[in-house]
Design a protein around this ligand. Structure first.
Ligand code: HEM
Length: 172
């Protein structure tokens, strides 16, 4: 019988050869996004540290010849949105949704051709960014057990989806 490949491992194996070893999952059964540990925002160091993570992430995108062309020339608005979203997604104040409506993340990414490799690079940069911002191993594991599948969910390169930008249209 053919074994169905584990999706997360599949995604991580799409990362470039020089990518660091995958971050070990927490010593508990796989948790869903809604089941992340309590107080995660506070435990990573609060808004200031999340903003630092995003700064580190965008600095890596800025220097990535494969991902950079996908992003707009001016990435300031994206940085701000990403920081607001991440804080909300980690259980913090829902400032992203208050301003932009339901995240509808997969739909918002339709304008970009995201393949497995792009998702692997995105995850590698985000992992490096969390480490560079000094976030602890336990918290990183909690974040990435959910962020890995979420990044894979953004992969749309071979899907027949509308590619027109959604902008900041509220979709709810
Ligand atoms: C998997 C590979 C991914 C790629 C290549 C990618 C790429 C992009 C690009 C090019 C933008 C537009 C930036 C801008 O307009 O300034 C964007 C926006 C955004 N991305 Fe991603 N992304 C990926 C995965 C993710 C994941 C996993 C998350 C969730 C943590 C995420 C969260 C966001 C958010 C919140 C925005 C702003 C959306 C908006 O309100 O316009 N992305 N992404």
């Amino acid at each position: 019988m053919n074994e169905r490949p584990d999706e997360r491992i599949d995604l991580l194996s799409a990362a470039p050869a020089d990518a660091p070893a995958p971050i070990a999952p927490p010593p508990i059964a796989e948790r869903t996004v809604a089941q992340r540990g309590p107080g995660l925002v506070e435990r990573v160091g609060g808004r200031a540290v999340i903003e630092r993570v995003v700064e580190e992430f965008y600095n890596r995108v800025e220097n990535d010849p494969e991902l950079r062309p996908m992003f707009p020339e001016d990435m300031r608005a994206g940085r701000e949105k990403q920081a607001m979203f991440l804080e909300q997604w980690m259980g913090g104040e829902p400032r992203y949704s208050a301003q932009f409506g339901h995240p509808r993340l997969r739909m918002r990414h339709f304008p970009f051709h995201i393949d497995q490799r792009a998702a692997g690079l995105w995850l590698k940069h985000m992992g490096d960014a969390f480490r560079a911002a000094g976030v602890g191993d336990q918290e990183i594991a909690e974040v990435f057990v959910a962020l890995g599948p979420l990044a894979k969910h953004m992969v749309n390169a071979t899907d027949d989806v509308p590619r027109t930008p959604l902008g900041d249209v509220r979709l709810t």
